[in-house]
Ligand binder design. Structure first.
Ligand SMILES: [Zn+2]
Length: 131
């Protein structure tokens, strides 16, 4: 099945906890490296094989974003947990378009709640300091 989102996805710049990552595609990643996607922290790129279905591309993108979050906070989380988060998060997102629409509407206001962001940041740091 052709990937109807790939042209749009290729233009994406994704903000992962304040670090910007550009999404690019690289042909034959699966054949050559056995990987559907990769997040590169030297070049700040998320690299995806363009020869995947739309759904596969989106779930791989979520996977790489989760990898980015984990790496950003230097959290000691096993790769299987990343896969678990990718799969479970993707399923919840796909199952709840109405919730996504509300989140999208709020995100598109571009408003920031610094107090809430700081609170969330502190929670992340508290969790990480317990490890
Ligand atoms: Zn991975």
């Amino acid at each position: 099945m052709p990937n109807k989102y790939i042209a749009e996805i290729e233009k994406l710049v994704i903000d992962i906890a304040g670090v910007l990552f550009t999404v690019i595609t690289e042909a034959e990643m699966i054949e050559r490296f056995g990987m559907q996607g990769q997040i590169d922290f030297r070049t700040n790129q998320i690299v995806l094989d363009p020869d995947m279905s739309s759904r596969d591309t989106l779930t791989v993108l979520i996977h790489e974003v989760v990898e980015g979050i984990i790496r950003r906070y230097q959290a000691n989380i096993p790769h299987e947990t990343i896969v678990f988060l990718e799969c479970s998060l993707f399923t919840v997102l796909m199952d709840n378009p109405k919730m996504l629409r509300i989140l999208l509407e709020e995100a598109e206001t571009g408003k920031r709640d610094i107090e809430l962001e700081e609170k969330k940041q502190n929670t992340v740091e508290e969790i990480l300091n317990k490890e």
